[in-house]
Design a protein around this ligand. Sequence first.
Ligand SMILES: Cc1ncc(C[n+]2csc(CCOP(=O)(O)OP(=O)(O)O)c2C)c(N)n1
Ligand SMILES: [Mg+2]
Length: 352
Amino acid sequence: MTERAFETRPTSARLPQRQDSLAPMAPAQISQALHLMIQSRAIDELVIKLQRLKRAGTFAPVHGQEAAVVGSAMALDPMRDWMVPASRENPAMIHHGLPVKNLLSLYMGRLDFATIPMGVKLLPRQQSIGAQLPHAAGLAWALKLRRQSAVTLVYCGDGASSEGDFHEALNLAGVMRVPLIIVLVNNQYAISTPLHKQTAAPTLAMRAAGYGFRGVAIDGNDLFAVFATTQEAVTRALDGDGPTLIECRTYRLGFHNTSDNPNDYRDPAELERAMLNDPIERLRNYVVNTGISSAEEVADLTLRIKQELFDLQREVGELPRPGPEFIFDHVYAQLSERLIRQRSAAIEENSE
Ligand SMILES: Cc1ncc(C[n+]2csc(CCOP(=O)(O)OP(=O)(O)O)c2C)c(N)n1
Ligand SMILES: [Mg+2]
């Protein structure tokens, strides 16, 4: 390899106050990104409230990671490329074609209405840590075998990068030189385990060198850096130059999920420092300082988004809940005798 397998990028924290050609996104794209990021934060707030009211299941917020998730998703072409999420990428899934109503239906247990529509090139969110990575490597390999000009982008966390699936998937992706982009959202924690207890390596991006492809570590709270780096990785993958590992360094501002209390293991001063680097605030300041939107327009947008979501969760709340037989569906093409008996027993128990 002639180029450096690993590099770090300067952040655009020193973005110019006036809009100029340095921004890799057009003003309309920047507005769309801000919309997705504000909507994501509002979905976090709403579903956490619904969970506390026992109207939604366990929920893992995106809180703090919005630039990493949105910037990478927006560098894809949803009509052409495949997206393979982990479990904390709601706005990416929405941008790729999942209706917000279907997303809320999932969290609110209306599973019949939570499906990914036909034609949307998106896999379901993955709760088993790292298990999506081999699927994504296979998907990217299939694109190559079929000579389709498209890429697969997969998300994973810092914790997932310690799993065997990570090694197996990235090794295969490197050997087969498939069009795969791995967006590693390094939010500094795997539940309560901080990064320094997960690895002795100075970066996670440098692992790519061991698989023979390019790894880049970037400021994951910098929308423009994430967008531009992913766009470059897409171009390289389409040109046949193989996979790229992008480590987006960010911080999980919220809890791991609704059953976690980070005060048990995290220094509040660390959180306070991280809040100063909130990606939504950074983008909002850019948008206002460059005159793309006024502060009032952003405030109005936020209110409008919250109202839309509130109305939508009402609609979803009216939808029928699935019966107990649902857990037997969509797993096997044909149920075994034993599962058929269990399914009947579950239906009977529920009707008593
Ligand atoms: C295979 C597997 N092992 C363990 C768990 C329990 N678990 C849930 S989330 C998590 C940590 C994941 O950390 P990371 O990959 O950094 O993702 P993050 O939650 O920070 O987005 C673990 C260990 C699981 N869901 N799946
Ligand atoms: Mg993590």
